[in-house]
Design a protein. Structure first.
Length: 317
């Protein structure tokens, strides 16, 4: 029987096919003969206590131009008619995103497999979730209080400040002792004390890269993409100008994966991107982890196939 797969993602017309992990997943699904239904978050709705979406069947082509074409006009379908739904909408993780997880949860209750599980998407904030594993993290402060951040800086001398709901290196600041911009940075990132933010002790090993480790149903891919900051920059994010270098996982990397794997499996977090700097986890990305295409190309892998194998096993059970 043909597997019916839905995907919730950002507009497919605007993706970078050379780097887009959702695109890699769809290519593998198409290769396996899945029926693919494309939708954006605005296409989801609830009617009569049932989760619906306006979807379009799509065909993909691994090409720099004309990489997709729609096979059907938009049609409203019950989401529970789909065997599996990939929730791949990029952050920001805001109330609209949370509302979408409630819609997907209704489909899950009627039998659809949602990757990743909607409740866990809500529970596992990509910054805060790291604090569930204190043996794996650096000293951290989460607050909206300017005085507490000043005390934290006084204690650790060199810190990173970042919002809790962003991505791609957006609004991440490195602050050192006696930085004259500290007040304005805190005011800006906390929206004048109205929003929680995170501070972490600076990890100097960032010069060797911010490693993205992909974990599929608790098992890590054996290679990571180390995102190296450009000169004069502390952010390794590719979206912030970092360059990608493939490296095999270290013994410490495997140990970090072992610490988080049981919790990921328990929470139905089937596809996760864990960020590691030096010996420490800095983020656990659950919304729309990337770097599939880069690692596939560097090491002749097919990471999407590993994910689809896991999905098929879960559907079979």
């Amino acid at each position: 029987m043909t597997i019916r797969l839905g995907i919730v993602m950002d507009p497919i017309a605007a993706i970078n096919t050379r780097k887009d992990s959702s695109f890699a997943m769809l290519l593998e699904a198409q290769k396996r003969g899945y029926e693919i239904h494309y939708m954006e978050m605005s296409n989801l709705f609830i009617q009569d206590n049932t989760a619906w979406a306006s979807t379009r069947q799509v065909q993909l082509e691994d090409a720099p131009d004309n990489w997709y074409r729609f096979l059907s006009a938009a049609q409203n379908i019950e989401l529970s008619e789909l065997d599996v739904i990939l929730m791949r909408k990029d952050p920001p993780f805001d109330m609209e995103y949370i509302y979408a997880t409630y819609i997907l949860e209704l489909a899950e209750q009627k039998g659809s497999l949602i990757v990743n599980q909607p409740r866990s998407l809500r529970d596992a904030n990509e910054k805060l979730f790291t604090l569930q594993f204190p043996q794996c993290t650096v000293p951290t402060l989460v607050s909206r209080n300017k005085k507490q951040f000043k005390q934290f800086l006084l204690q650790h001398k060199d810190i990173i400040i970042k919002p809790l709901g962003g991505m791609g290196g957006h609004s991440i600041f490195r602050v050192m002792e006696n930085d004259p911009n500290l007040n304005v940075i805190l005011e800006t990132v906390t929206s004048h004390g109205n929003e929680y933010i995170m501070a972490q002790r600076f990890i100097p090993e960032i010069t060797q890269g911010d490693k993205r480790i992909l974990i599929i149903n608790g098992t890590p891919v054996d290679y990571a993409l180390a995102r190296i900051p450009p000169e004069g920059e502390t952010r390794g994010n590719l979206a912030a100008g970092g360059s990608g270098l493939g490296i095999p996982l270290t013994e410490r990397d495997y140990w970090l994966c072992e610490q988080v794997a049981p919790r990921l499996k328990q929470m139905g977090l089937l596809f996760v991107g864990m960020d590691v700097i030096g010996d420490y986890i800095t983020e656990i990305n659950v919304t729309s982890p990337t770097c599939i295409r880069e690692l596939d190309k560097l090491y002749d892998l097919n990471i999407s196939a590993l994910l689809m194998d896991e999905i098929e096993q879960k559907l079979a059970h």
